[in-house]
Design a protein around this ligand. Structure first.
Ligand code: NAD
Ligand code: FE2
Length: 389
């Protein structure tokens, strides 16, 4: 029996237009609305803003969250928005906005600094409630007690896990994603797939994460390509939002591993978007892991095959696991993810640095179903150094 613990947001609301119904929830609150320029440009925030303002005791807005923020940028935003009495932060955006909101919610009103939190001095309690409205379908940050910032001094993304980061109220509204550009749909959707698949094979996998992971992957296989090809397909957008949320639930009780560990140095040093740096590693990392989690990969292969109307009847476990690895490679190709580090401008001469940096991401490497030494990490990076068709 696998013991587990799983935190979940208190309330989850799902459906087109649901983000416009926040007024009653927020009445009488002192609200900070936080988002970024991409969401502002997409023109999807107006009715949400109106709902926030409706009965608020006070209201302020902040639109300058940078993509994939550094710890210094989080400090700047926390100082800019701090004010006495703040009671709710409404975060509307992708993982960058949601993670920023999580950090800021505990830093205001005399809370810890970023360095405090990176060094394990976490806040003593929760002062400010968190309402999350994801506008990408990827990170699952709306379902996790995790938040990530870039630490430029280390050239690494670093995560902080704190129970007070868990959102109180989550709105999954597929209408908000209809203008999300295809390349962001692809990268973020594959991030969600990484969360589900890594958590499914993780050393920390458990009955809750397995259940959410399988459904998350089924929805991604069914609908990510559709959402990529037709952003206005509301059913497909809804499926990808659920897939991402379920992936977040997996992270909250299980844990990502090889893909995310090797991805962090790519994001940290070369500022490659999180979804892209994961997606490029997805098939190679699972080719490496295959013999250590064959039965589980064979199980996922059935979902992948069903999404294409294919049958794997009569195939061995190994053939089914290989089918999945090939399927993942084809999916990332179809979604136009760069195929190599070379394409991302990363030279072979940086390989030693990459290997050493990834080897330090022990928090995630320890979750991998197969031990990863420096030679193994080098093998995986080497397999994506130059373009392969
Ligand atoms: N906390 C967690 O559990 C967790 C998990 C995975 C990743 N992350 C973090 O999340 C961040 C990445 O988040 P992301 O992948 O969602 O990307 P993002 O939040 O950086 O957004 C990517 C781009 O999409 C734009 N955008 C967002 N929604 C849009 C919409 N509806 N229409 C048009 N444009 C839109 C944004 O403005 C931005 O330019 C990274 O910092 C990563 O480390 C956190
Ligand atoms: Fe991720």
């Amino acid at each position: 029996m696998t013991p587990f613990k799983c935190l979940l947001p208190s309330t989850i609301v799902y459906g087109p237009g649901k983000a416009n119904e926040l007024g009653a929830l927020l009445a009488g609150e002192h609200i900070l609305f936080i988002s970024d320029k991409g969401v502002q440009g997409a023109g999807v925030a107006d009715s949400v803003l109106a709902a926030c303002r409706e009965g608020a005791a006070s209201f302020s807005e902040y639109w300058d969250v940078p993509p994939e923020p550094t710890e210094e940028q989080v400090e700047v935003v926390a100082a800019a928005v701090d004010r006495p009495g703040l009671s709710v932060i409404v975060a509307m955006g992708g993982g960058s906005v949601m993670d920023m909101a999580k950090f800021v919610s505990v830093m205001v009103q005399g809370g810890p600094s970023m360095v405090d939190m990176f060094e394990g001095r976490l806040p003593a309690g929760k002062q400010v409630k968190l309402v999350m409205i994801p506008t990408t379908a990827g990170t699952g940050s709306e379902a996790t007690p995790n938040s990530i910032a870039l630490r430029p001094a280390l050239n690494l993304k670093v995560g902080v896990v704190c129970p007070y980061f868990m959102p109180d109220y989550v709105v999954l509204d597929p209408e908000l994603l209809c203008g999300l550009p295809p390349h962001i749909t692809a990268a973020t959707g594959l991030d969600a797939l990484c969360h589900a698949l890594e958590c499914f094979v993780s050393n920390k996998a458990n009955p809750i994460s397995d259940m959410f992971a399988l459904e998350s992957m089924r929805l991604t296989f069914k609908s990510l390509q559709k959402a990529y090809e037709n952003g206005k397909d509301i059913e497909a957008r809804g499926d990808t939002l659920l897939a991402a949320f379920y992936g977040g639930v997996c992270i909250a009780s299980s844990g990502t591993n090889a893909v995310h560990a090797l991805s962090y140095p790519l994001g940290g040093r070369y500022r490659i978007p999180h979804g892209v740096s994961n997606a490029i590693l997805l098939a190679p990392a699972f080719a490496y892991n295959m013999d250590a989690c064959m039965a589980k990969l064979a199980q996922v292969a059935e979902l992948a095959a069903a999404s294409r109307g294919e049958s794997l009847a009569g195939k061995s476990e190994q053939q089914r696991a290989q089918y999945l690895v090939d399927f993942l490679a084809a999916l990332t190709r179809n979604l136009k993810i760069p195929a190599s580090l070379e394409e991302l401008g990363i030279p072979a001469s940086d390989l030693d640095w990459l290997v050493d940096a990834a080897f330090e991401v022990k928090r995630l490497l320890n979750n991998n179903p197969k031990p990863l030494g420096k030679t193994d990490i080098r093998t995986i990076y080497t397999s994506i150094l130059t373009r392969k068709c």
